[in-house]
Design a protein around this ligand. Structure first.
Ligand SMILES: Nc1nc2c(ncn2[C@@H]2O[C@H](COP(=O)(O)OP(=O)(O)OP(=O)(O)O)[C@@H](O)[C@H]2O)c(=O)[nH]1
Ligand SMILES: [Mg+2]
Length: 430
């Protein structure tokens, strides 16, 4: 029997050792380095990398030359040799000089967390917009880090760090990269203009928009699929979704809204990527309601929620009406479930349970359109009846009273509608 090999130029499977540096600063920060490393393992697997081992170093601060200490770098070289690694993936961003030094000493390809995430995005990008955004992010990332001759990129052929979107390979020549970046920026501007027009049209036609956002793997696409029968990709891996998908959702009262699934967020999301994906994420800014989907069963639940909130803030979408959906409740222990609160702005669900989905739809409707209130107005008061019609949506109208002197109107109205106009009808609430 022959052993399986991966030594073709175009299809090398990276065999990697994952490395993380735990500094004093990291220890004081909010993200747990151990979980971050576990997440790096998942990211690597998603990118199609075989993970051979992980290595952690505790150190006051990063070494300017090697990032990890020199002794640790030597240890890494021994392990890499012994296990036959092709790549070392670092959980933190490295400088161009650190990459070069490590590469020379270890003789394996050096990749950092950002490059790994960019690589996954490159593999996933499907639409023209996604492809432009990823390639732009990759090249913007690479440009300041290229060594004079791009040795690190060309040496090992395909694989992480060199793969562009689709079949393309990343440019390694500085001058060409600059040209490519400005081309891509122009193309992206065009896409942004187009999206903007599209959104304006949608807004004019009064379509209500709801956006699903959240940490990667929280269950956003699952919810889109469960609620609208959309044929979208659901997978237990990070960044299953890259391009936003929109579907029509019919609410219990028959009103239709547009529900949009978006790319998941992750801690230490590369800045270049957030910038490049701004066009896509602007969908969130336009939403009338944001559904923040949370994996309640994750041990890092609170940290993940904080990451999402921070990114929403950066996007300028933090003040939006938001419903927090604590998903995957079926995977929580009773003790964990106990710490969650269902209330005005949050809901606890299992995306695969029919009753929970129904409750979710009711809550979305309530958030968007408010409650139904019944008013009994004097039939002679045309002014009040007109006001009632202006204030909310009249669902039912009935003549009442012994001599038909009353008009009973059932009206759907939001809190805001009520505050603006509805309060004048307060004395007539039944
Ligand atoms: N047990 C359980 N699994 C769930 C639930 N919701 C989603 N999942 C699973 O969680 C995994 C991730 O779901 P996705 O819908 O792909 O997650 P996503 O938020 O779209 O992830 P990205 O696109 O990667 O950002 C899948 O394996 C789903 O089947 C739930 O309520 N309970
Ligand atoms: Mg998804």
């Amino acid at each position: 029997m022959r052993e399986k090999t991966h030594d073709t130029q175009t299809d090398i499977q990276d065999r990697a050792i994952l490395v993380t540096l735990v500094t004093q600063q990291v220890k004081r920060g909010s993200s747990d380095p151990e979980h971050s490393l576990q997440e790096l393992v998942k990211l690597a697997e998603t990118a199609g990398v075989e993970v051979l081992a992980t290595l952690t170093q505790n150190r006051e601060k990063p070494d300017t030359k090697w990032f990890i200490g020199k002794g640790k770098a030597e240890e890494l070289r021994l392990v890499a040799d012994e296990l036959g690694a092709t790549t070392a993936i670092f959980d933190q961003e490295l400088s161009g000089a650190q990459v070069r030094n490590l590469e020379e000493m270890l003789d394996v390809k050096i990749v950092d967390r950002t490059q790994l995430i960019l690589d996954i995005f490159a593999q996933r990008a499907g639409t023209r917009e996604g492809i432009i955004q990823v390639e732009l992010a990759q090249h913007s990332y690479l440009l300041p880090r290229l060594s004079g001759h791009g040795k690190n990129l060309s040496r090992l052929g395909g694989g992480i760090g060199t793969r562009g979107p689709g079949e393309s390979k990343l440019e390694t020549d500085r001058r060409h990269i600059r040209g490519r970046i400005s081309d891509l920026k122009e193309q992206l501007d065009e896409v942004v203009r187009h999206r903007h027009l599209h959104r304006e049209r949608r807004k004019k036609s009064g379509v209500i928009q709801v956006a699903l956002v959240g940490y990667t793997n929280a269950g956003k696409s699952t919810l889109l699929r469960q609620l609208t029968n959309a044929d979208v990709y659901v997978e237990n891996q990070l960044f299953a979704t890259l391009d936003p998908t929109s579907r029509t959702l019919e609410l219990p009262n028959g009103r239709e809204v547009i529900l949009t699934d978006t790319v998941g967020f992750i801690q230490n999301l590369p800045h270049d990527l957030v910038a490049a994906f701004r066009a896509t994420l602007e969908e969130v800014n336009e939403a009338d309601l944001v559904l923040h989907v949370v994996d309640s069963s994750s041990p890092m639940r609170d940290e993940q929620m904080a990451v999402v909130e921070r990114i929403l803030n950066e996007l300028g979408a933090s003040g939006k009406p938001t419903l927090t959906i604590y998903n995957k409740i079926d995977l929580c222990s009773p003790e964990e479930a106990y710490t969650l609160r269902s209330g005005g702005d949050s809901l606890i669900i299992n995306a695969y349970k029919e009753a929970d989905l129904k409750q979710l739809c009711d809550t979305i409707q309530e958030k968007l359109m408010g409650d139904t209130i019944v008013f009994a107005l004097p039939a002679a008061r045309g002014d009040l009846i007109a006001l009632a019609y202006r204030t909310g949506e009249v669902i039912d109208q009935e003549v009442d009273g012994d001599e038909g002197e009353l008009l009973r109107l059932t009206i759907q109205l939001s809190k805001q509608d009520y505050e603006v106009n509805g309060h004048r009808l307060h004395p007539y609430i039944v």
